[in-house]
Design a protein around this ligand. Structure first.
Ligand SMILES: [Zn+2]
Ligand SMILES: [Zn+2]
Length: 390
């Protein structure tokens, strides 16, 4: 069977399972589970894979809701990544229910290509994207070693074959001062809240002189207990983001200096902790992105390589993209301007447009899988590009 017939088969296979995929996506949406607690979603997704002939390992990387389902053997080993965690209060306001169904749909539809050309298709269940950077943990534990390519598609308000995502590391900060009556004996106090406020001021001054697209933002999680007590403790969480790892390291030190300076000025003692989870910047593989875009185009979706307006967040897919040639594409399921992590986006994630986005993304990824296994020179080009980016 040639690639065109295989691609036609992919379309039929995915269209004929529209109802089943829609129900799976709906079920995950109505049962939102937070990061590392996605027990139901992981069960349903792995069942779906097993029913379709995949061999499944559950609880990989010592994470109970992570999984790996594989079909076929040997090289190339192409991974499709699933996310299925929800957000506190908002449920599936990032549409991860669609990512999950899309990933298993792609895996199942890719089976005939593995049988015809060889190679393996691997659906990897990656929990806790939102709150804990599950893929960063899994990357450290080797989940993405020995793969040749990795792909995923995220729902959004625009179509794009690539994602701009910044390197990012969270910082937890505490100041310890001395409590005192704020009116009767203010001179006896050391104000931990003032130290935190000075830090914000220093960071805002720093912000004028940082590179474009770097970001520093934070919140105060403890600002004192009562207005008549000099706060003896303050705490905050900050995120520092930059376009590359080198500048992130440089910026981290500059941000830290803001807190050190505030500690000196106020007399409060500083304690800080850079969190272990560090998000890597997204390294887009443009060869893969082009294939995906062409296959989307064959479905009538014009998918530019990059989004019309660049929005910079961070994603744990960045960590995967440093290990294996990757794409993290976007498929539009909501009108332009709709923001993710909103109730409007949660509704879009169960709309007809949501299901259509899921099906189109699955078809385009499965067709990209066909391009890769059918043309070893294309697969080599993907790998060469990755090596050159290193
Ligand atoms: Zn999100
Ligand atoms: Zn998301």
């Amino acid at each position: 069977m040639d690639t065109e017939s295989l691609k036609a088969l992919v379309m039929d296979e995915i269209d004929s399972h529209r109802q089943q995929l829609s129900e799976l996506s709906q079920k995950i949406h109505s049962n939102p589970e937070l990061g590392f607690k996605e027990v139901k979603a992981a069960t349903w997704l792995t069942q779906h894979l097993e029913e379709n002939g995949f061999s499944v390992e559950r609880g990989i990387c010592e994470l109970p809701t992570a999984f790996r389902g594989s079909y076929g053997q040997g090289k190339p080993a192409i991974a499709i990544l699933a996310e299925y965690d929800a957000l506190p209060d908002l449920g599936h306001a990032c549409g991860h229910n669609l990512i999950a169904s899309c990933a298993v749909a792609t895996g199942v539809a890719s089976r005939p290509a593995m049988e015809r050309f060889g190679g393996s298709i691997i659906v990897i269940g990656t929990p806790a994207e939102e709150l804990y950077g599950g893929k960063a943990i899994m990357a450290d534990r080797g989940a993405f070693d020995n793969l040749d390519m990795a792909m995923m598609v995220h729902p959004g308000a625009h179509d794009a074959a690539t994602t701009q995502a910044l390197a990012c590391q969270p910082l937890e900060v505490e100041f310890f001062g001395q409590a005192a009556h704020a009116a009767a004996q203010p001179e006896a106090g050391i104000n931990a809240l003032e130290a935190m406020l000075q830090s914000f001021t220093a960071i805002n001054s720093l912000r004028q002189h940082i590179k474009d697209n770097a970001r520093i933002h934070g919140i105060i999680t403890d600002g004192g207990q009562a207005p008549n007590i000099v706060p003896d403790h303050s705490a905050g969480i900050f995120l520092v983001r930059a376009e590359d790892d080198t500048y992130l390291d440089e910026l981290k030190q500059k941000v830290l200096n803001c807190f050190i300076g505030a500690a000196t000025a106020s007399g409060a003692r500083l304690e800080y902790r850079w969190e272990d989870i560090r998000y890597a910047p997204m390294r887009n593989n443009l060869t893969l992105a082009q294939l995906f875009s062409q296959n989307m185009q064959s479905l009538g979706r014009l998918v530019p390589l990059s989004a019309p307006s660049q929005a910079f967040g961070s994603t744990d897919m960045g960590n995967v993209s440093q290990i294996v040639p990757s794409i993290h594409a976007f498929v539009a399921i909501a009108p332009m301007g709709t923001v993710t992590h909103s109730p409007q986006f949660a509704s879009a994630a169960i709309s007809e447009a949501g299901i259509q986005g899921l099906l189109d993304a699955a078809k385009a990824m499965a067709m990209t899988v066909i391009d890769l296994v059918a043309n070893p020179e294309t697969a080599s080009k993907v790998k060469e590009e990755f090596q050159q980016q290193k």
